[in-house]
Design a protein around this ligand. Structure first.
Ligand code: SAM
Length: 284
């Protein structure tokens, strides 16, 4: 009898993955953690019943979340990652030679341990000497961060759903803490979800970020794993426009290129309607 994992993208639409076996299941203080071996995309991380990242298509999301801001900043030496305990984003960020120091703040030690054991291609860089791993709520971590510490901040969190730990990372108070922790020419990006299913996330975040930062931009890519494929990111920048890559990547990638970077900021009218007019017109 075939095993299936089913995720409800909405009350009216679900996604199903055929499973070879469950590699891990545990209840942490924060969420239910599973690693499933899917037939389609290999070992995959599921948190509270939501597919987070799969070994088969994670490169799209991590390259677009990491390289768009890193290539738009002239000297991204100090990088903060909030979330990302699976290690995939840190792995890709650390390929960038300009990056000298990465701090990864993951609230749930169980995610890190499960990834180390069952997501080996994600966690290859978790022992890189440039990486500092912190097991804490990113919102609390930022309370102690000195002002003007980071060139780039990347928020690779779970969605702002229910009572999950990711909810706080989508509030105006958190965006204010991000702004304070960034250098005077810093920029940040956070994942703002699948607009066909949760359009309110990118709308809510861009409304606030456009008020706090000199520049607010939205870009997108397609990730088969996420409901509907279409996935968005929101950037807030104090000086450099994230739309404009300052250099090409000099290492091999499977999704990101300078042209893909530029294309990702072209908003179809469907997406333009979800963001403030100033953002839509700046990206027209
Ligand atoms: N790529 C995935 C996505 O886009 O849905 C995110 C994957 S990553 C595993 C999400 C991580 O964010 C989880 O490990 C979760 O524990 C972490 N997280 C959620 N809220 C957090 C918070 N407030 N502080 C630090 N980490 C948090």
């Amino acid at each position: 009898m075939a095993l299936w994992f089913e995720e409800n993208a909405s009350p009216a639409h679900s996604l199903k993955w055929k499973i070879k076996r469950q590699l891990f299941s545990g209840q942490s203080r924060f969420q239910h953690v599973q690693v499933l071996e899917t037939e389609q995309f290999g070992p995959s991380l599921v948190l509270d019943g939501i597919m987070q990242t799969t070994s088969g298509d994670e490169f799209i999301y991590h390259e677009m979340l990491g390289y768009v801001p890193l290539m738009a900043h002239p000297e991204p030496h100090s990088v903060l990652i909030i979330g990302g305990g699976d290690g995939g984003l840190a792995r890709d960020v650390l390929k960038c030679p300009q990056v000298k120091q990465v701090t990864l703040v993951e609230i749930d030690p169980m995610v890190i341990e499960a990834a180390r054991q069952y997501l080996p291609t994600h966690t290859v860089a978790l022992d890189d000497p440039r990486l500092t791993l912190v097991e804490e709520d990113g919102n609390l971590f930022l309370d102690r961060a000195a002002p003007g510490t980071y060139d780039v901040i990347l928020v690779d969190s779970t969605d702002p759903e229910g009572t999950g730990p990711g909810l706080v990372l989508y509030t105006p108070e958190f965006h204010q803490k991000l702004y304070r922790a960034l250098k005077s020419d810093g920029l940040y990006v956070q994942q703002t979800g699948a607009p066909f299913y949760n359009p309110e996330v990118v709308s809510m975040v861009t409304q606030d970020v456009a008020q706090k930062f000199a520049i607010c931009r939205v870009y997108w890519c397609t990730v088969p794993t996420y409901p509907g494929g279409l996935f968005t990111f929101t950037a807030g920048s104090k000086r450099y426009d994230p739309m404009h890559p300052l250099r090409e990547v000099e290492w091999s990638t499977r999704w990101y290129t300078k042209k893909v970077h530029e294309m990702a900021f072209t908003l179809p009218p469907y997406l333009g309607e979800l963001v403030p007019d100033a953002v839509k017109s700046a990206q027209a």
